[in-house]
Write a new protein. Sequence first.
Length: 339
Amino acid sequence: MKVAVLFGGTSAERDVSIASGAQVVRALREAGHEVIAVDTARGVLGPAEERKLLTAGVAPVPPEQAHLDMLRSGDPAALTEAPEFRDADVVFLALHGGTGEDGTLQALLDLVGIPYTGSGHLGSAVAMDKDISKRLMRDAGVPTPDWLMAPAEAALVGERLGWPVIVKPNRQGSTVGLTVVKRPQDLEAAVELALRYDAEVMIEQFIPGRELTVGILGDEALPVVEIIPKHEIFDYECKYQDGMAEEIFPAVLEDEEAREIQFLALKTHRALKLTGYSRVDFRMDADGTFWCLEVNTLPGMTAASLLPKAARAAGISFPELCDRICRLAIEEHSRRRRG
């Protein structure tokens, strides 16, 4: 199989995407596939460029916006005209955030008829928009923390949600631009920070408790993973720096609890019209209620990422996981063409 691994992008999660791309390229080659590495900002990479870019790690903080602006390419559709790209059997999307995860690129690939991993353009767009996705979760009967969209007066936030609250960009991942706000006087500054990353900002009820996540592969829930971060929340640094979080896979739960959270994860995956694979994040409160926080349609695939660890707990190696994701994409592409 010939696979084009697409990574990089110009979102605040560029470094994470490059790290994911490096792991996926290596794993797919190990599985025996022909692989080309493609950076959305630079195009198809030669061997020297590939070695240089794919050996970089993830910094403790996201890249500066000025650096990302320098990387912005012209016409994204031109990428699909590269012969190496058009000849691929499938495109593995190792992108996070921005137009790589919000359905824009997915719609472009649909138009030119190239199979790609992950969800389609509609599911991708829905899951990226936290406000819309939480509305669908609520309608599907999946518990999710209450929320307001900014602007909102501190008095209303306190009355409706209580303190503390989570303030975050509505369409962003990896906790970029996110703040835990414990005092009304800090709300405005947190909203201003989030606005640097998105034009819409969510103010969400903070749920104390255990951090849990469930990977979905095909139409099956993988073993539950628990995250114990060094910080108050599982933030950018805890996600991508060694030693900043302890991850337990599978999570220590009663059988009934594990089945319940897996059921809720699958229910959320389906309610948001997702396909292929995803990762659904939860908090478990002191009463044992599972609260769905958000869904990642293109979850991280770095050495420290949660989906590969969940797959490993299910007996699926990383090369096998990447191979299965590619085959699911080809099956889904065929299904769409028939439909």
